[in-house]
Design a protein around this ligand. Structure first.
Ligand SMILES: NC(=O)c1ccc[n+]([C@@H]2O[C@H](COP(=O)([O-])OP(=O)(O)OC[C@H]3O[C@@H](n4cnc5c(N)ncnc54)[C@H](O)[C@@H]3O)[C@@H](O)[C@H]2O)c1
Length: 247
């Protein structure tokens, strides 16, 4: 098992991509902290992992709050003694034209997608520096390249790239790797229940070299690569999990 005894935190792990990531870590032997703002989803994911023979704790956290993120890291260190891997996955969208976008729509998306990653990294970094070991993987999006109707989200996800590259340069000397994943369209429950799901799938097939929608497991596999020692000489990089589609 690739992550035996390693300690991993995944934010936004109550459902979707984050849940697929944390389940894979647990299956590979990691001791995990399920971090999510949604109490029930958070508890359920941790329960399912423990029932399947893994080891998980739940931590209800709003990643936009410094106090919450500090407690998340402390709770993890109290439970497991260290923190090796941080996956900044929590994210939201508020898609609309710039002319309709209110300040709040901008602030909320930037806060969850970008500030949340900064706060979690800020509080995890001192432990990783002390250990002289750490892996931080930030979930960006192909949208960082620009998308109509997503000025807020695209900006946040482009910000994630800047954060990733800055932290990679700052923390590399402490044996801490910081990388980002840029997924394309991924088939989560939210997408499956979208009114235009079939149409979206058709367009995705038409416009993507690998003609299908991505799966949460596709993203999880890439995350586990960056979190493993197989990628120990890679830092500040972006792995596109988008079926060969850019832009
Ligand atoms: N699904 C896609 O097609 C896609 C594509 C590219 C990138 N992404 C990115 O992947 C990540 C996961 O996306 P998803 O589709 O699984 O989303 P999702 O909505 O299915 O899950 C997001 C999780 O984050 C949690 N969350 C939301 N706000 C939070 C907060 N303030 N604090 C803590 N947790 C919070 C939610 O409760 C939820 O469990 C996001 O960063 C998203 O931007 C998704």
């Amino acid at each position: 098992m690739r992550f035996q005894g390693k300690v991993a935190i995944v934010t936004g792990a109550g459902k979707g991509i984050g849940k697929a990531i944390i389940q894979k870590f647990a299956q590979e032997g990691a001791l995990v902290t399920v971090a999510d703002i949604h109490n029930q989803l958070c508890e359920e994911t941790a329960f399912e992992i423990n029932r399947a023979g893994g080891r998980a704790i739940a931590s209800v956290v709003d990643v936009t709050k410094a106090e919450d993120t500090e407690k998340l890291i402390e709770k993890t260190v109290q439970a497991y003694g260290r923190v090796d891997i941080l996956i900044n996955n929590a994210g939201i969208v508020r898609d609309m034209k710039i002319t309709d976008m209110h300040e709040d729509d901008w602030d909320q998306v930037l806060d969850v997608c970008l500030k949340g990653a900064f706060l979690c990294a800020k509080y995890a970094a001192p432990y990783m520096i002390e250990q002289q070991y750490g892996k931080i993987v930030n979930i960006s999006s192909r949208a960082y390249l620009g998308n109509p109707g997503q000025a807020n989200y695209s900006s946040a996800k482009a910000g994630i790239i800047g954060l990733t590259r800055s932290l990679a340069k700052e923390l590399g000397k402490h044996n801490i790797n910081v990388n980002a994943i840029a997924p394309g369209l991924i088939e989560t429950d939210a997408l499956k229940s979208h009114a235009k799901y079939e149409k979206i799938k058709e367009l995705q097939k038409r416009d993507t070299p690998i003609p299908r929608v991505g799966l949460p497991e596709d993203v999880a596999n890439a995350v586990l690569f960056f979190a493993s020692d197989e990628s120990s000489y890679i830092s500040g990089d972006i792995l596109h999990v988008s079926g060969g589609r850019f832009g």
